[in-house]
Design a protein around this ligand. Structure first.
Ligand code: CP
Ligand code: NVA
Length: 333
């Protein structure tokens, strides 16, 4: 029932199917750690199309494909004709005739949907401006590994409330029964349609999505504090306004002191928690701040699980590819 399907946005699958992907990721992680082979895609070829840069997603798809017995092939923005000399439709037909599955990371959600429509093979969205669905399976897998369950948990996302990560967390969390709060300035609240969709899922799952400017009240009783960069790929001209707007939404010690009980911190990465990057140095020179969305102290605290989360990208992407392309026998989900 997963076989042959694309994963271009979270709502392509039911909440039960998403949770099955998460559980299958946990299972595949155990197989990997025990050295038990799991070559569900033996003999396949997987195309990795990247218009935007990546470390985790590219590494995860590559290693996952290899572990599954498939051969991955990376194609960067400047390597192929797509967009410049050839339409998405024509590219999709050609790639689909040679490859067994296609990963796409880029700007436009329409492009990934068009690839899925015309290629005749499963297409997996490795991030667009709107959604980051493969990241979701890793994130909720990491939360389930820590707490043993998802339903009724509270996740508070602090920062840019209308980027791909905020959209995906709000929708996926609410589908899975997680109470997601988006804490961000009003001007960066999620789009109305995204909020309405989350509210509709909340009616089915029992979760209560909340959108608020009041970060201090929001974080109380959180199980998960989540943040992402203040400026996403493709918006690099917006640093000045975002630094001003989002400084009060930084995850720092003062904020984590307000959270009561056991909690974890997640970040999809890459993170600006010091000045060890080109952007980090520029921002320090221009605005006098050494840390952006998360302080170095909190990033290195025992509650921070971002590196397990990053590793889980590989196990969860493996689950997604195996389920949608591995001809597995799956009893009714
Ligand atoms: N989290 C994530 O998608 O990381 P990359 O941009 O490195 O792939
Ligand atoms: N919002 C970030 C996520 C990176 C994984 C971006 O799009 O750049």
């Amino acid at each position: 029932m997963f076989q042959g399907r694309s994963f271009v946005k979270e709502i392509d699958f039911t909440p039960e199917e998403l949770e099955y992907m998460i559980d299958f990721g946990i299972h595949l992680k155990k197989l990997k750690k025990k050295g038990i082979p799991h070559e569900y895609l033996k003999g396949q070829n997987i195309c990795l199309l990247f218009e935007k840069t990546s470390t985790r997603t590219r590494a995860a798809f590559t290693v996952a494909a290899n572990d599954l017995g498939a051969a991955p092939e990376f194609m960067g923005a400047n390597d192929i004709q797509l967009g410049k000399k050839e339409s998405v439709e024509d590219t999709a037909i050609v790639l689909g005739s040679m490859f067994d599955g296609i990963e796409f990371r880029g700007f436009s959600q329409e492009m990934v949907e068009s690839l899925a429509k015309h290629s005749n093979v499963p297409v997996w969205n490795g991030l667009t401006d709107e959604w980051h669905p493969t990241q979701m399976i890793a994130d909720f897998m990491t939360i389930k590994e820590k707490f043993g369950n998802l339903k009724g948990r509270k996740l508070v996302y602090c920062g840019d409330g209308r980027n791909n990560m905020a959209n995906s967390l709000l929708i996926t969390g609410t589908m899975l029964g997680v109470n997601v709060t988006i804490a961000s300035p009003k001007s960066l609240f999620p789009e109305k349609e995204v909020i309405e969709r989350a509210e509709a899922f909340g009616k089915q799952s029992g979760a209560k999505p909340v959108i608020t400017e009041d970060i201090k009240s929001a974080v109380v009783n959180a199980d998960v504090l989540y943040t992402d960069v203040w400026v996403s790929m493709g918006e690099e001209d917006k640093f000045e306004e975002r630094v001003k707007l989002l400084k009060p939404y930084q995850i720092n010690k003062e904020l984590t002191d307000l959270v009561k009980g056991d909690y974890m911190i997640l970040h999809c990465l890459p993170a600006f928690h010091d000045t060890e990057t080109l952007y980090g140095k520029n921002i320090e020179e221009k605005f006098g701040i050494k840390e952006m969305e998360i302080t170095d102290e909190v990033f290195r605290s025992e509650q921070a699980h971002q590196f397990e989360q990053a590793e889980n990208r590989m196990h969860s992407i493996k689950a997604i590819m195996a389920l949608t392309n591995g001809n597995l026998f799956i009893p009714k989900v």
